[in-house]
Write a protein that binds this ligand. Structure first.
Ligand code: OFO
Length: 171
């Protein structure tokens, strides 16, 4: 059995992960409209990753007899002035998500819910990677500045990313 407060908080986090997916899909569409196909593809894969994050919480709640209650999503921003502006927004967003995960860990600890705390450990590690990835792309874009050759090369690099579906639906 899982505490009601934790069920509510995990449902909010499903919404945060779904909102992340929606945000990155909007960024993918914006990149696509500028013919930055590599960036667009990278963002589409990021969207898929966020869906995996939401589904992990969905499955966890179900396994603990906590009811999943989906909430409304707001329309995301649809245009960014440059790849740098978009990736700065990604970095800021991921820092916000890290804060959400940290609050969830604290709640699980306060409720002595070891199973939820252990479950959230995966997200704690994942957020380190999410922030590092976004920050790296920001730094590369800052180096590139106004070089169209640099942007072309980075777009090709971004396009090489592949989505690796979770093996057991659990990571
Ligand atoms: Fe779910 O990690 Fe990004 O938001």
């Amino acid at each position: 059995m899982i505490d009601k407060k934790i069920v509510e908080a995990l449902n909010v986090q499903i919404n945060e992960e779904a909102a992340s997916a929606y945000l990155y899909l909007a960024m993918s569409a914006d990149f696509k409209s500028r013919n930055l196909d590599g960036f667009a593809s990278w963002m589409k894969i990021q969207t898929q990753e966020e869906v995996v994050h939401a589904m992990k919480i969905y499955d966890f709640l179900n396994s603990r007899d906590g009811k999943v209650m989906l909430q409304a999503l707001n329309a995301p921003q649809d245009t960014w002035s440059s790849p740098l502006e978009a990736f700065k927004a990604v970095y800021k967003h991921e820092q916000y998500i890290t804060g959400c995960i940290n609050k969830l860990v604290k709640l699980a600890r306060d409720q002595n819910d070891n199973a939820t705390e252990l479950f959230l450990g995966w997200f704690v590690t994942e957020q380190v990677e999410e922030e590092e990835t976004a920050s790296t792309v920001v730094k590369k874009l800052e180096l590139i500045k106004d070089s169209s050759t640099g942007l072309f090369m980075l777009d090709a690099e971004m396009g090489a990313r592949v989505f690796t579906p979770p093996v057991d639906g659990n990571e």
